[in-house]
Design a protein around this ligand. Structure first.
Ligand SMILES: Nc1ncnc2c1ncn2[C@@H]1O[C@H](COP(=O)(O)OP(=O)(O)OP(=O)(O)O)[C@@H](O)[C@H]1O
Ligand SMILES: [Mg+2]
Length: 388
């Protein structure tokens, strides 16, 4: 990347993958490119996915979040070969799913462990037999594999429930049987949709440990749709969907780094850990060389900025005399809030006087953050007023 050109890192497609520290080139277990999807069942047809790109490497554990209806399950089912790819391409371990016939699709699906919201256990089979079934589909059954199944069930605190049928198990216990069933064949890829939603803290910890261990031992890739903050720390990446698009794809190191940077400022201190994580996932990183006009007076307000490093000047300010010295801002200062708060065009220009690194937040996310914290709004209004 040359030094004299501005960069903005936001989504997977715009280059956060180039920031990911992945070491040697690892095999791509999942490759999604330009994937869109429309449901034609309804009237009128609705497009719910728009041009998504996503790579998952061997050994990666990624979590995916996003509001209800943002398209997470739809994308997951496309990746899992449970839904036909209409537009774009999905490959699993280099096998293109688009256009595969039924038999070939079944083969691909066998490489994937699914943990879905409806766990579809067989009612007439015990916990042990349900897992065993999945295993028999793939391997020869031996005493060792029987031991393996029981061992996994015990790991998730189901040792006392091996002979129970689904109707005799709690929702959380059924969920754990489904998890064991998904991992028992050591798949290349695990796709999970809210796997820990009905589990208490201890059970959630056990599931996370099991997934992490499996990833380390077998090198599988894991994609988990979740709103569960308890999983975030175990993940390598946090992917966020909004309105059918992947809008951010950060590695966890970046999330923690940005969080601890923003926490230094009073402005962000009041947010809970979960709120902060949501804000940070929406943050884009920008780097601009000296002389870049970051904000131009008269333009509509679209973003809010926090300076990570470097200096900018606020200049050409509405109603201020030409001989007044421009305001200088440096690391930790923020700007761009006035137009967003007043919903009026930019009232000044902001120019980088040296190379600057910035974190920026889009208007929508800025508004959402305002709604979540009174202090955030108060503090911004105070600063905006002082700058008038
Ligand atoms: N079979 C279907 N027919 C028509 N529309 C559908 C169908 N399945 C999902 N949708 C629509 O597609 C959009 C995305 O749904 P999806 O289930 O992928 O969302 P989600 O992000 O998983 O939400 P949640 O967090 O509530 O599970 C929604 O607006 C939903 O109404
Ligand atoms: Mg869903």
């Amino acid at each position: 990347m040359s030094n004299n050109e501005s960069i903005i890192v936001r989504s997977a497609s715009s280059g956060s993958s180039s920031q990911r520290v992945t070491g040697e080139a690892k095999e791509k277990v999942v490759r999604v490119s330009n994937v869109s999807h429309t449901f034609y069942e309804g009237d009128p047809p609705t497009q719910v996915l728009f041009d998504n790109d996503l790579d998952l490497l061997r050994g990666e554990l990624a979590i995916m979040t996003g509001r209800s209806g943002s398209g997470k399950t739809t994308l997951l089912t496309l990746i899992g070969g449970l839904r036909r790819v209409q537009e774009g391409s999905v490959t699993i371990c280099d096998k293109e799913l688009r256009g595969l016939d039924k038999d070939e699709m079944v083969k691909v699906r066998r490489r994937i462990g699914f943990i879905f919201q409806q766990h579809n256990l067989f009612d007439s089979l015990t916990a042990r037999e349900n897992v065993f079934m999945a295993m028999q589909l793939k391997r020869e059954v031996s005493p060792a594999s029987r031991e393996h199944v029981d061992g996994l069930l015990r790991r998730l605190a189901l040792g006392q429930r091996l002979e129970f049928r689904p109707a005799e198990l709690s929702g959380g216990q059924r969920q754990r049987v489904a998890i064991v069933r998904a991992v028992v064949n050591e798949p290349d890829l695990i796709l999970a949709d809210e796997p820990t939603a009905s589990l208490d803290d201890a059970a959630t910890r056990d599931v996370i440990e099991l997934l992490k261990e499996l990833r380390e031992r077998t090198g599988c890739a894991i994609l988990v749709v979740t709103h569960d903050d308890r999983i975030l720390h175990a993940a390598d990446r946090a992917i966020r969907m909004k309105g059918g698009r992947i809008v951010s794809d950060l590695n966890t190191r970046q999330v923690l780094e940005i969080t601890s940077f923003l926490r230094n400022y009073k402005l962000f201190r009041e947010f809970s850990a979960a709120q902060m994580t949501n804000i940070v996932r929406e943050v884009a990183y920008e780097r601009h060389p000296a002389g870049t006009v970051i904000i131009r007076r008269g333009d509509p307000g679209d973003k809010f900025y926090v300076i990570k490093s470097g200096q900018v000047i606020v200049t050409d300010k509405e109603g201020s005399s030409a001989d007044r010295a421009p305001i200088q801002l440096g690391p930790g200062d923020y700007f761009g809030e006035v137009a967003l708060l007043t919903k009026k065009p930019r009232n000044a220009s902001v120019v980088a006087t040296e190379q600057v690194e910035l974190y920026s937040l889009d208007k929508d996310e800025f508004d959402a953050a305002l709604g979540r914290s009174e202090t955030f709004e108060e503090e911004l209004r105070r600063v905006a007023y002082e700058r008038q």
